[in-house]
Design a protein around this ligand. Structure first.
Ligand SMILES: *Cc1c(COP(=O)(O)O)cnc(C)c1O
Length: 227
């Protein structure tokens, strides 16, 4: 676990990340693998949106920290962990299959919780990343909408660019994610006011994402330090 170097460093880092954001872009502070004390510092500095990637870690941190935090789940989610995540998450950003969305809808209904989700779009070169291709998503959209039921709202898309120093490639990936969002917003989600989030951009590529139409950046390292 990384340790903050002093009591002020996280607040200062948070302030500088916020100052770098294009107006209208929301900051998700990605706190995975960092101790509760580090999150507390960001909380005390005003941060309320935190991102976690593991179900157990989310549950432990949610129990230890104030209730007005909005937890976003950003990791790959297995169906056997859905109940635990639904108990705490305000938003699940990593919906990568119809089956997973159905499981989220079932558990949300069971727990009488309302939850927002993002559809994960896969455009990056890496074989191992999860998500729908833009074509798959356009095709699956009606079934995904159908699967939401009363308790789940699809609020947009989430994606990652290829992990490369090739800026042209990264920019093309982000534009493809944004284009996928625009197609859905003009199509299957045309009637949905809730469909408005494009979550893309991390510590190292958020400036590129902001040029390409992100509405939410997910920043870990630049706030909390190395994991
Ligand atoms: C860890 C993680 C981030 C944050 O990455 P940093 O490089 O630390 O900013 C963003 N998005 C996802 C999906 C992650 O897993």
């Amino acid at each position: 676990m990384a340790q903050p170097s002093d009591n002020n460093s996280i607040a200062l880092a948070l302030q500088s990340v916020k100052a770098s954001l294009v107006p209208g872009v929301t900051l998700l502070a990605v706190s995975k693998f960092h101790p509760v004390e580090a999150l507390r510092q960001a909380y005390d500095a005003g941060q309320r949106l935190f991102g976690e990637s593991r179900a157990n870690e989310l549950a432990e941190k949610a129990a230890a920290l104030p209730a007005d935090i909005r937890w976003h789940f950003i990791g790959h989610l297995q169906t056997n962990k859905v109940r635990r995540v639904v108990a705490h998450a305000h938003m699940i950003q990593s919906i990568d299959s119809l089956r997973l969305l159905e499981a989220v809808a079932t558990e949300a209904r069971r727990a009488a919780r309302r939850i927002e989700v993002l559809l994960q779009v896969h455009v990056a070169r890496e074989e191992t990343k999860f998500g729908f291709s833009p074509d798959e998503l356009a095709e699956a959209a009606p079934a995904l909408l159908q699967a939401c039921g009363e308790n789940v709202t699809i609020a947009g898309v989430m994606g990652m660019a290829s992990n490369t120093s090739d800026v042209t490639r990264v920019e093309a990936d982000f534009r493809a994610i944004r284009a996928c969002f625009d197609v859905l917003r003009g199509g299957a989600f045309a009637g949905s006011d809730a469909f408005r989030t494009v979550s893309m951009g991390m510590s190292h590529d958020r400036d590129i994402a902001m040029r390409c139409g992100t509405t939410m950046v997910r920043v870990g390292t630049d706030i909390f330090g190395e994991r």
